[in-house]
Design a protein. Structure first.
Length: 303
């Protein structure tokens, strides 16, 4: 289970098909503002543990971090799509009486936030995308995964079929990404030859903590087409990793520039900026949230 934070409450919500999923929330009763943190591929809510410990956001909003369906304590082994994750978020918002929220997503989480912003913009106060993934800008290992998409899709169907027969690991350890981040920073500091992508793009390590069927479906989801930035009507803040190993920087910059109401900050890090540059990333997220909250207040005052 995720670690304990004194100002957070561990809770559960039911997805539209009755699956139990878990989240942590720091409530701010003085405001209706809400921020929902979405992790990436093969991750869980502890991706945000360090951020939650140090951020000032709970002074101005209720802060939610969740285990997406299939991750952490939100156990699931069935079919997964970005649309299903969006449906799950709508169910969470309904349970928590959240009318609109700022969604902060990393990688796959950014794709899910983008999907929700296009399909139901009335629920999205703003988007903050940490190194969003656009399939036509991929490079390196992720581009190889995109090319192998049909094979991975076939393997995912096979593993789902095996799971339906009752053949699967009965328990999976909960991965503490906060602890992993600290070890990784120490490793990177001790040797300039080490590459964070080698440490964080390891299927062998990831599969210890996540169902194989979920992992394979996620790989397919990450490289599937995403909504075009030009179709996003809500304000967007983008944090780009200037040294990304997953996407080509120049094409990605062009994608981001197409958001009608978008701003971009580049972080001198690889794809895992929350690990490499936690303070710089946190301050940028807080700045974007402050802008979105201020904009919402101005609109309400005008109306």
């Amino acid at each position: 289970m995720p670690e304990v934070n004194a100002r957070e409450e561990l809770r559960h919500w039911l997805t539209p098909d009755g699956q139990s999923s878990c989240f942590r929330v720091s409530h701010c009763p003085a405001t209706h503002n809400a921020v929902i943190l979405l992790h990436g591929l093969a991750s869980n809510m502890t991706r945000w543990s360090e951020f939650v410990e140090y951020t000032t956001l709970p002074e101005s909003c209720s802060l939610y971090r969740i285990d997406l369906r299939g991750h952490g304590c939100s156990i699931f082994r069935g079919k997964l799509t970005r649309e299903m994750w969006c449906d799950d978020l709508r169910a969470l918002m309904k349970q928590e009486n959240i009318e609109r929220a700022v969604f902060v997503g990393h990688s796959l989480g950014a794709q899910i936030g983008l999907q929700l912003a296009v399909s139901q913009p009335e629920l999205v106060q703003g988007l903050i995308l940490l190194d969003p993934v656009f399939p036509d800008t991929l490079t390196g290992k992720m581009e190889s995964i995109r090319r192998q998409g049909p094979l991975i899709q076939l393997l995912s169907r096979i593993f789902r079929g095996v799971n339906k027969l009752g053949i699967y690991r009965r328990s999976l350890p909960y991965r503490d990404l906060r602890e992993l981040d600290e070890r990784t920073r120490s490793a990177l500091a001790s040797s300039s030859a080490k590459n964070i992508a080698e440490l964080y793009m390891s299927p062998r390590a990831d599969l210890k903590y996540i169902p194989t069927s979920v992992y394979l479906q996620e790989l397919c989801s990450v490289v599937e087409p995403v909504p075009s930035p030009v179709d996003v009507s809500v304000p967007v803040g983008v944090l780009l990793s200037a040294g990304g190993s997953t996407s080509k920087l120049q094409p990605l910059r062009k994608k981001v520039a197409a958001f009608p109401d978008g701003q971009c900050v580049e972080i001198n890090a690889d794809h895992w900026m929350l690990t490499e540059k936690p303070v710089e990333t946190r301050l940028a997220i807080e700045s974007f949230c402050a802008q979105f909250f201020h904009h919402e207040m101005a609109v309400e005052t005008t109306n």
